[in-house]
Ligand binder design. Structure first.
Ligand code: NAD
Length: 258
């Protein structure tokens, strides 16, 4: 079996900076020989994404702006990618957003707008990008999204984003069922807490991290690189029999009772 991703192209959505989980995934795919296509939310992220990509020892990466709240932008992005690279072999969806005000206090106080915003960006976007990218995966493909335990259980302050992750998990499974007949697999990695730009918005994030250090079986938080390596596994033929699955990469925290 070939574990190399040499000759393959993957779209990585959601690199904001070097702490992004998407960047850990990009590095793992790059190290396995893949060519990378980066998408970023708006022009603010273009420079940091290009600078990070420049640090990789190849110069054929491609870059596209793609705000996932805009159906036309998603369509246009994948039309451009098709014109520029033809076939892709997978996509990493590393995108989420909720208002900071909704990541504190009680979930029940979430506004309708805040609820719909987090669903739109964090869950519906997976279906939207899967729909527009599937025709580029003519040789089969693998889509990987990032979820969190807060979608399965109540995690303090995760609130509206937990509900969005529950929705993302179901979106992942329904999409896996639809795309399986095209040879495209869809799976999720449930990452343990990692200090990133998005994580900063979650109230009292430090205590979530501290609990991992004190109680998780491996007694340490996971890193972007550890998540990246599992994404590489999911993108590779090693995982060819898996779809619709949620893999926890969280130092084992999810197995614990209270
Ligand atoms: P991050 O802030 O580095 O990445 C989030 C990305 O989402 C950013 O690049 C941002 O630009 C992008 N984004 C937001 N709105 C967008 C829009 N409208 N269009 C396009 N892109 C948009 O943070 P991260 O922690 O690396 O997050 C990546 C994924 O991992 C998210 O789905 C997050 O929920 C998930 N996750 C994170 C953790 C953690 O503790 N950091 C744990 C489990 C899962």
């Amino acid at each position: 079996m070939n574990f190399s991703l040499e000759g393959k192209t993957y779209v990585v959505m959601g690199v904001a900076n070097r702490r992004s989980i998407a960047w850990g995934i990009a590095q793992a795919l790059h190290n396995a020989g893949a060519r990378l296509v980066f998408t970023y939310a708006n022009e603010r992220f273009e420079k940091p994404v290009r600078e990070l990509a420049d640090s990789l020892d190849r110069d054929d990466s491609l870059f596209y702006e793609c705000d996932v709240t805009d159906d036309e932008a998603i369509k246009q992005t994948f039309t451009s990618i098709k014109e520029d690279v033809g076939v892709i072999h997978g996509l990493a969806h590393c995108i989420a957003f909720a208002n900071r005000d909704d990541l504190n206090g009680e979930f029940v106080d979430t506004s309708r707008d805040g609820f719909l915003l987090s669903q739109n960006i964090s869950a519906y976007s997976l279906a939207a990008v899967a729909r527009e990218s599937k025709d580029l995966m003519t040789e089969g493909g693998s889509i990987v999204t990032l979820t969190y335990l807060g979608g399965e259980r109540v995690v303090q302050n995760y609130n509206v984003m937990g509900v969005a992750k529950a929705s993302l998990d179901a979106t992942m499974k329904y999409t896996a069922n639809d795309l399986g007949k095209h040879g495209i697999r869809v799976n999720a990695i449930s990452a343990g807490p990692i200090r990133t730009l998005s994580a900063k918005g979650v109230g009292d994030f430090n205590s979530i991290l501290q609990e991992i250090e004190e109680r998780a079986p491996l007694r340490k938080p996971v890193t972007q690189e550890e998540v990246g390596d599992v994404a590489y596994f999911l993108m590779s033929d090693l995982s060819r029999g898996m779809t619709g699955e949620i893999l926890h990469v969280d130092s084992g925290f999810n197995i614990l009772g209270k």
